[in-house]
Write a protein that binds this ligand. Structure first.
Ligand code: ZN
Length: 160
């Protein structure tokens, strides 16, 4: 009988001029980018936290402290790869990932499939097992007023 576990992750970054906007491993043309350590990829951080959370392995900050210069400009794809390696070392496989990015603009629709493929390639599963959804903030709050972007992710893993 298979053993299942679920994990949940969420993340937020401030938006600022003069920073790149990288979401799901894809660089997106935008007047505002994401502030933060590493490449500030809000979606990959949420998914990495969901993977770590599925096995109660702490969070991204405990594995990659933002006080550590090694991660200053790191690609968050390597955080994602690290988390999925921990999952596999414990005998689990990723069943599927569902996620939502909250960003007022630009619209992400045309980039979604590339994000899914980038994530799928990095963790070595089919793109059909990865869902990325995009929502605006309806012009209110930190997302709607373009002060921040957020991401939420849920992951299911199984063993046996
Ligand atoms: Zn983050």
């Amino acid at each position: 009988m298979s053993e299942f576990r679920i994990g949940q992750g969420s993340d937020v970054h401030r938006l600022a001029a003069g920073r790149p906007l990288i979401i799901g491993g894809v660089e997106i043309d935008s007047d505002l980018g994401a502030e933060g350590h590493s490449d500030a990829d809000v979606l990959l951080h949420a998914i990495t936290d969901a993977l770590l959370g599925s096995l109660a392995l702490g969070d991204i900050g405990s594995h990659f402290p933002n006080t550590d210069d090694r991660w200053r400009a790191a690609s968050s794809l390597q955080f994602l790869r690290y988390a999925v390696d921990l999952v596999r070392q414990r005998g689990y496989e990723v069943v599927n990932i569902d996620s939502t990015v909250h960003l007022e603009r630009p619209k992400l629709r045309e980039h979604i499939d590339e994000m899914r493929e980038r994530i799928a390639h990095t963790i070595d599963i089919e793109p059909s097992a990865i869902s990325v959804k995009a929502k605006t903030g309806e012009a209110v709050g930190d997302v709607g007023e373009r002060r921040a972007l957020r991401a939420d992710a849920v992951v299911l893993i199984s063993k046996g």
